[in-house]
Design a binder for this molecule. Sequence first.
Ligand code: HEM
Length: 523
Amino acid sequence: REAGLPPGPPTVPLLGNLHLFPTEFAHYKFTEWARKYGGIYSLKMGPGTAIVLTDAAAVKELMDKRSSSTVDRPPMHVADLVAGGLNMVLSRYTENWRTLRRTAHTILTPQASARHLPIQQAEASQLLHDLLRHPQALLPLTYFQGFYTHIRRYSNSVILSVLYGKRAPRYETPETTAFFNAQHEWELVLEPGATPPVDLIPILKYIPERWAKWKRDCAKTRKLQRDLYFGLLDETKERLRNGDENGSYMEEILTRQEEFGMDREITGYLGGVLIEGGSDTTSSYLQSLILALIAYPETQRKAQEEVDRVVGEHRMPTLNDLEEMPYIRAMILETHRFRPVAPLMVPHCTLTAEEYNGFIIPQGTTIFVNAWGIFHDPELYDDPENFIPDRYLLTENGTKPGVDGSDLRPTYAFGVGRRICPGIHLAQNSININAMNLVWAFNFTTDTDAEGNPIELDTFDYQKGILTGPRSFKCKITPRSAEKAEIIEREFLEAADTFSKFEFGLSSEDKEFVANSRVHVRR
Ligand code: HEM
């Protein structure tokens, strides 16, 4: 370890700390090291360096205030092979990234996100309806529990609708299947160990494809992504040409392509990255919320009391109600803290050398922001391992009274500096609507086994990966009253008008599903 670097675990020759680097759930190990080496420590990755920040003051200074240096991402050859450097999440600080980011900001403003509220609300009404009708697995062979796929469908359909004006009525809708399929392949090639260390030893990039399965996997992922992303783009173009607009983001980009400086290639990938960013993040969050509500029934009871007081029995919640619901707002923040979707955010990288607190951070250093370690720091939070929304009623950032939490902020889970999540407004609308809806509509409880014993939930049973969410779990979802069940049916039926504007070019199975679900309701 070079002089001037922050401390860190002991190194060995050549590898540095590479042999210690966790290949899954890295945030646990990073947090253990933070308690030992401090809020800023370094890891030697062969000749390269990584810094782990588990200190909110350091994050604020380095990631927010000095974001012009920490805006970069570390090199990732796999991302270049799959998306030609055009995947905004993983892209380096290039002209293309700036174009993608600028355009994303222009279309994803709070005002634009508000314009898309009707379809978000309609989709949320289908989510309630799906949970009411089919809370359990839809197909006997489905690995996932029914509720789990309903939530995934919801978030994917919302993003497809707002981007391309085309919704996904079923989890098995062809575009949704194609997306989750491509995404699965993408996650496999991104897994640590799936590729040789090409970013550390660049000569490995030149291994011919016939000896490198990973290159063939990247090519396969690239094709799956391009077929879907450019297919959807071309359909939108076609509709625009035919005068069938419905106000989607891609229509706006296609209309203003020149002004945004976007060619076909970059436009296709902008849409793609927004589907990727917007699908499993929102759904993982909602699945974590349900998991927490079941594991902490007292919290569920308090949230239900509040929603009943503000909304009552006879109507569904609306976004305006949230203002009157401090407990639900606290519960929303506590879910981000308890189980952040991106526990290490997405790694950043320095464009210039930085000095901080007497340490030198060289140019080209990878920076991990250990959101998990900060959110679970017992110095900051009382009883951090438990789900306790009340903490956010005591202080703005949920920290212990008397502790200075001013370096934190309520949007922390969405990232830092110039890479902060551009989908934040759309995501927050989804989270706010559904958090209220779910506690208003249902009781969430543990399921029972064949002998009638409750099936214990493991609140640590999470998927591995940069983004994480609970693995499918069993639970019981029951409507809280017959009247609420009726309101759910009615709202879903009334949403048909809103849906119809987004029901272009559906497959025959989707058409049949749509027709049947609505006829069924009318009976
Ligand atoms: C619960 C929901 C969500 C959470 C918790 C979340 C969180 C994050 C985090 C932590 C980052 C990395 C920030 C950083 O590097 O510092 C990020 C980046 C990103 N998110 Fe989200 N996100 C969510 C929803 C969405 C949605 C709905 C979209 C799309 C509409 C989206 C699109 C993106 C994109 C494109 C980036 C990359 C930004 C860049 O590197 O410049 N996210 N998000």
